[in-house]
Design a protein around this ligand. Sequence first.
Ligand code: 3HC
Length: 301
Amino acid sequence: KRPAGAPDKSLARPVSKVGVVGAGLMAGQLALLFVRRLEVPVVLTDLDQERVDRGVGYVHGEIDKLLAKGRLRSDKANQLKALVTGSVDRSVFADADFVIEAVFEELQLKKTIFADLEKIIRPDAILATNTSSLSVTEMAADLEHPERVVGFHFFNPVAVLPLLEIIRADRTDDASLATAFAVGKKLKKSCVLVKDAPAFVVNRLLTRFLGEVSAAVDEGTPIPFADKALSSLGLPMPPFVLLQLVGLPVALHVAETMNRAYPDRFAVSSNLAKVVAAGKSSFYTWPEGKPVVDPEVEALV
Ligand code: 3HC
């Protein structure tokens, strides 16, 4: 059955090579998913060889873990590893059919990357963005072929969570959207078409939720108490642990985007802003795998 809003699947173009811009954690998770489900060459790029090697190393390491768990046979694991390569030179995307960016959440950076990619990739290759909250329409605005730009928003951990928000920008055409849905289906994700609005659908709810929990902390509830209260309600993960999984700078960035878009409804949490400014990646330290509020964080919030 065709997902709601998906164009006729006969319009979809084949995807036999994938490019991933960025080789950070999100990009690595995407590369792993694409190679596992599509079994096509997946090439990662980043600013320097060290980052590229780390990204490729992450994917290879995750494939090894799947092998150790008995989820992959060794011939398949070797085949998948050989399909994942990296380069600092984006010209490796010249014959890619689908290129997704997963770089830092900065609109101008993403626009510059898309403009640069357009000089390299074929005019009908899909340009996808894994942005958490930025306007996909704006990202495509100055391109020669804005009709091939789609939002492809995954959720952390990418290998586990089934949801994929597919975002149709103002000028995305049916063939590109059909290709996005066909890829999403092969990735075995539950694809939902969402409007290109700030933070799409899920992150606006999540931002509101995490913002309210942070406000409770600002008002005096200690972090572990807030986490215990909400995890005892049956959530899969306590909110301040979830913030660490999402990435504190990403969470702050989404909150700032929402605050700009809807100042009357979204506040930027002061404790999150302070902790990010202090360069922390978590509210907790994890001695023996148990969460203990970081004393430096305690002093800040
Ligand atoms: N990366 C990859 N795989 C992971 C993982 C991670 N970070 N964390 C857990 N897993 C895998 C485990 O390996 C395990 O796989 P297996 O069954 O093959 O061995 C499976 O997930 C289940 O893990 P566990 O049994 O250890 O733990 P849980 O059952 O508690 O599940 C969880 C862990 C799936 C992370 C769960 O706690 C959860 O769903 N948390 C909420 C996550 C969430 O809400 N994410 C959305 C964030 S918003 C976002 O990403 C959007 C962005 O734009 C901000």
